[in-house]
Write a protein that binds this ligand. Structure first.
Ligand code: ADP
Ligand code: ADP
Length: 218
């Protein structure tokens, strides 16, 4: 469960998020829809403790990220696949992450398998294609078997097969009862993937709806 309450985040004179409130429930894919610059990444960054809110609250399972003892076991996220780099192998990258988060190392093989990277486990993370780094980032998000997952524009730069794979994964994660928040600036992306939509613009809530209701109104 994700709860954002009256969240405001300013960067100097820029108001990235402006009094935003919404909830994300388990067992569904909730699409976080809005044009570039609407405040989607900022909201996710605050939920993940990477940015401090100016005011308001951003809670996962009723708590702030900073207060979680083993955050990766509660919430996983893919913010930017380009952030996956380095000379370590895909396997070592995940093993280090598991160690520092109190997660059993046996999970590493499980998540590599789930994202289809078992065959690439020994390759250097920095040498993988964008699509493979995307999968490695998702493997890291799944490592702690968290109930809450956030994906920021995960299909950006992927080929059609990669897009289908992401869509199928989102559906499976929700079917397992997890809370899934998926951001995109493309309505077409949401139609096939999301159950519910939280639509924002200029840092503010525009609508909370379902894809079906939105289509019926236009
Ligand atoms: P602050 O929270 O004080 O703005 P940050 O570390 O978040 O500091 O950002 C440092 C600087 O990088 C910002 O002042 C801004 O100029 C620039 N910056 C970073 N990300 C963005 C972005 N998404 N859009 C515009 N400027 C950005
Ligand atoms: P989205 O993810 O919906 O594209 P963002 O959360 O990245 O939107 O950005 C919201 C607004 O806040 C934009 O105007 C962006 O330029 C600005 N912004 C985001 N991060 C920073 C930062 N670190 N410093 C200054 N401005 C920022």
């Amino acid at each position: 469960m994700i709860e954002v309450r009256e969240l405001t985040k300013r960067h100097g004179a820029t108001v990235a998020v402006d009094g935003l409130s919404f909830q994300v429930r388990p067992g569904l894919v909730t699409g976080f829809l809005g044009p570039n610059g609407a405040g989607k990444s900022t909201t996710m960054r605050v939920l993940l403790g990477l940015d401090a809110p100016t005011s308001g609250q951003a809670l996962v399972n009723g708590r702030r990220y900073a207060t979680m003892r083993h955050p990766l076991r509660e919430v996983g996220a893919l913010l930017d696949a380009n952030a996956v780099h380095g000379g370590r192998s895909a396997y070592d990258h995940l093993r280090c992450l598991a160690r520092s988060n109190g997660i059993g190392v046996s999970r590493v093989a499980d998540v590599l398998e789930r994202v289809g990277l078992a065959g690439a486990a020994r390759r250097r993370a920095g040498d993988l294609s964008l699509g493979m780094r995307q999968r490695l980032g998702i493997a890291a998000a799944l490592l702690g078997d968290p109930g809450v997952l956030m994906f920021d524009e995960p299909v950006n730069g992927l080929d059609p097969e990669g897009v289908r794979w992401i869509r199928h994964l989102m559906r499976s994660l929700a079917a397992e009862g997890r809370t899934v928040l998926l951001s995109s600036h493309l309505m077409s992306e949401m139609e096939l993937t999301a159950d519910r939509l939280v639509i924002i613009g200029r840092g503010r809530l525009v609508a909370e709806t379902t894809v079906g209701d939105l289509a019926a109104r236009h």
